[in-house]
Design a protein around this ligand. Structure first.
Ligand SMILES: Nc1ncnc2c1ncn2[C@@H]1O[C@H](COP(=O)(O)OP(=O)(O)OP(=O)(O)O)[C@@H](O)[C@H]1O
Ligand SMILES: [Mg+2]
Length: 212
């Protein structure tokens, strides 16, 4: 991000109780500007503790700008033991290898390990499965579910609607730096009125929302 980068908004690195719900992240009127250009325009949302939140939306809609702001505000915890993580991801045999010698899938697993090392209660994943074969992608889904079942909140960005449908408890649809829709996958489908016959209902629902 360039030097003109500005963030406004209130964040809480908590947990914080809001209306009886434990929130891991509360974003209030977030604005991200690059010079005169407003990439994210006054968005507000919360992520509950233990939730998997997926941010979706077209290229340039402000997803990465949003996640990077929130990531930057993480508090530093004692790091996790990388050897345990290598075991968990079946990468112990690659400990002494150069990253350049790893396959695409192994590199993505390494990205998760690196994201987990700060031992944060929240895992941030920006398009983690882009470029992976279907099997590796599905394996990563189970890793993410596993990590989440250990109580870690997941904040993810994805362009794959099947992935969002499988993983996300809550979805935020961004367009031009603003929130167009928010809700569960089912709520998004209902709001857009897509038919049950549609091959990927969430993809269709997203298309409908974006064209309104
Ligand atoms: N460092 C920067 N300087 C200037 N403009 C930027 C910078 N980074 C991002 N932008 C602009 O901000 C807008 C939002 O970018 P961002 O990377 O947040 O989008 P995104 O939703 O993550 O897109 P994608 O799906 O392509 O990854 C885009 O119009 C982009 O060109
Ligand atoms: Mg991005």
């Amino acid at each position: 991000m360039d030097t003109d980068y500005k963030i406004k908004g209130l964040f809480h690195q908590h947990p914080k109780i809001h209306w009886g719900v434990i929130m891991d992240i509360a974003v209030n009127d977030l604005v991200v500007k690059y010079g005169d250009f407003t990439a994210v325009n006054r968005i507000s949302f919360g992520v509950e503790k233990g939730q998997i939140l997926a941010v979706i939306g077209p290229n340039g809609s402000g997803k990465t700008s949003t996640i990077e702001c929130i990531e930057g505000l993480r508090k530093i915890d004692p790091p996790a033991d990388y050897r345990l993580l290598l075991n968990q991801f079946h990468l112990e045999g690659k400990k002494r290898k150069y990253v350049s010698s790893l396959s695409g899938g192994e590199r993505q697993k390494l990205s998760i390990i690196l994201a987990l090392i700060p031992n944060s209660a929240i895992l941030f994943l920006d398009e983690l499965t882009t470029g992976l074969d279907p099997e590796t992608r599905h394996n990563l889904w189970s890793y993410i579910k596993d990590i989440n079942s250990q109580g870690i909140t997941i904040f993810m960005i994805s362009h794959f609607m099947d992935e969002v449908e499988y993983l996300a408890d809550k979805v935020i649809l961004l367009k031009n730096g603003g929130i167009l829709e928010t809700g569960t996958v089912d709520e998004l489908k209902q709001k857009s009125g897509v038919s049950q016959k549609s091959h990927s209902m969430l993809l269709e629902a997203t298309r409908q929302c974006l064209t309104i």
